[in-house]
Write a protein that binds this ligand. Sequence first.
Ligand SMILES: Nc1ncnc2c1ncn2[C@@H]1O[C@H](COP(=O)(O)OP(=O)(O)OP(=O)(O)O)[C@@H](O)[C@H]1O
Ligand SMILES: [Mg+2]
Length: 744
Amino acid sequence: MRDIYNTLNSRQQEAVFHTEGPLLILAGAGSGKTRVLTHRIAYLIDEKGVNPWNILAITFTNKAASEMRERVDKIVGFGSESIWVSTFHSTCVRILRRHIDRLGYDNSFTIYDTDDQKTLMKDICRRLNVDTKIYKERSLLAQISHAKDELITPDEMEMNAAGDYNKKKVAAIYREYQTSLRKNNALDFDDLIVKTVELFQNCGDVLENYQERFKYIMVDEYQDTNTAQFKFVSLLASKYENLCVVGDDDQSIYKFRGANIGNILGFEHVFPDAAVIRLEQNYRSTQNILRAANEVIAHNTARKPKTLWTENQEGEKIHFRQFMNGYEEAEYVVGEIAGARREGKGMYKDFAVLYRTNAQSRLFEEKCLLANIPYKIVGGVNFYARKEIKDLLCYLKTIDNAKDDLAVRRIINVPKRGIGATTLSRVQDYADQMDISFYDALRVAEEIPSIGRSLSKIDGFVTFIQGLKSKAEAYTVRELLEEIIRLTGYVTELEAEDTEESRARIENIDELISKTEAYQEAGEERGEPATLSGFLEEIALIADIDSVDPDQDYVLLMTLHSAKGLEFPNVFLVGMEDGIFPSYMSIMSDDCSDLEEERRLCYVGITRAMKELTMTSARQRMIRGDVQYNKVSRFVREVPRELVDLGYKVEEKKPKISESLTGDSSLSKMRQVFAAKPFQATQFKVTKADSLDYQIGDTVRHVKFGVGVVKNIVEGGRDYEVTVDFDKVGVKKMFAGFAKLKKI
Ligand SMILES: Nc1ncnc2c1ncn2[C@@H]1O[C@H](COP(=O)(O)OP(=O)(O)OP(=O)(O)O)[C@@H](O)[C@H]1O
Ligand SMILES: [Mg+2]
């Protein structure tokens, strides 16, 4: 056997060599779970002679999938392209594309994103006269999604509702939503799993076919699977039972999306013969980081206790800094990264800034721009959600699947074709009446009552689309896209506009063209045909993290949720305040499991760090236009004090604190005093106040207020209070540490 397996510890080896029968690998962060999976695939192919074709590995993101494929390729050197390594959603799409006709759908179905779902839901609420003040579209969609996670059908939902009027109503809306999706030959994201399970349950031959094919099944990040996903996997594995799942119950962070922790805790019930292997050695983080993580997660009561240790170095302490406000916080973080990079302590991509919600990215983005630091925000406005991209994609979707009413309606007047709202609603009414798609109604528009003079315009549109459809067979996706752009004059119009915004839109369109080209090339490499449906499918399944290119050197800004499974030498956990993280909702919730889920998220955050971890918070923060004063996060306070560095050397402060309180200057005494101090009291300043390079009478410049003359300087407790008479805004008092005045 080759020595690559010697790079694994004995428990890891055991997991790799245990190839037959159900296996649960339950282990803490950074213990090599993902690495074990990769080696296990290699081992199956290399040593057990398993055909790569018979292996299915499920990862949480497409990016993780391609990394896994690459690593297997490095070890084995062949066959990695025929392993199915992909996410649940991608796996299910591939299966459905081949067989969904067995459920009465067309194999060229469209996948709806959140935007599409909202549009559809709005339509339904209008049709069913639902008061959207009482039944909010978002909440309706969330309830439907939740039902799908649990494999609950509209009928079952109605039955469960019993006499509850509200629940009955939601069930009725759910039923109508499914009918509309079906009519549009579309599936939403949850349906991808639900319909595959339905397919397996209804068509035994299809299930058997895949059971034979996937003799070895592996699932990473198993703690975040929901009931539907578990059903999918267990159906597939029920024949050979070669199912290996790896996960960490402490990292379960998607309960709000239906993840069912029972899947991990109950694995041994479903597969009574399951072997369980625990990994305890962490290879990722320093001892201090690991201890901090262990201490924080130990505050959760509902968990299986685990020990996690490391042979890595003790490392630096966890840095904690508190700032006056969010601006100062962002400035500090970005300044630290810039400084470290200048000193050659790492590349930009060795740094990640993690926050609780997407909205927190803005300040960090601004500071990176100012400091000229390359960065990448994972999440936020998705490339594919931009107007110009959606428009062009809807053209492609219409050509691919004209039953997708949403796509057709989006582009019918792009560019303007003068088809009015009244006409459109007449077409829709007719389509509803005849139970045909919107596009089919357009094709027989002459039969629609009182369509009048609009008929020629509609005919023009239909001819246009039919013309493109006839080309679709012979053209590559790129050629088709360029043809659409040419014939619609989309880019010409933007060029004529010639604004900064229109130029940015053209750049995005160029980017889309590049993507079609890349898709073509990838297809040729894999020896698969690069079809239009394939392209649209790939795009529909792209998650934000997938767009991160490991060869590019940028700082990554992302939410804690997106950081799952990743690792970085340096991590900043920002916005560590009660009310932000843990979120206000979880603090106020009656259900203490909400707070425990936030704590698991914190554990995920801490354990992303390999070498250094910095936590920051702000005393005051602007949230939706209001200033909030938040306490330092309880999660920071749960890290034992001796593991934390507070931003200044203990020795420097020693005389002051000890003298004033006890007169005893021994270090241990001083540490006691220090330990008793709440974290809030230690505020960190960006500039040292004792190094003022200006004095009364000097002319100075302030970033915002401009030029002024220093009128007075008063020494305060920790900083100087400076009075400046500005040319433009008059007299202002400010703290030197924050004002950053420059002498001119
Ligand atoms: N036996 C080993 N020897 C050396 N390095 C290892 C070993 N096992 C794992 N590692 C390294 O430790 C790090 C963490 O491994 P991995 O990402 O597989 O952990 P994980 O358990 O999947 O973590 P997470 O819970 O965060 O998903 C990786 O850099 C990996 O290469
Ligand atoms: Mg992992």
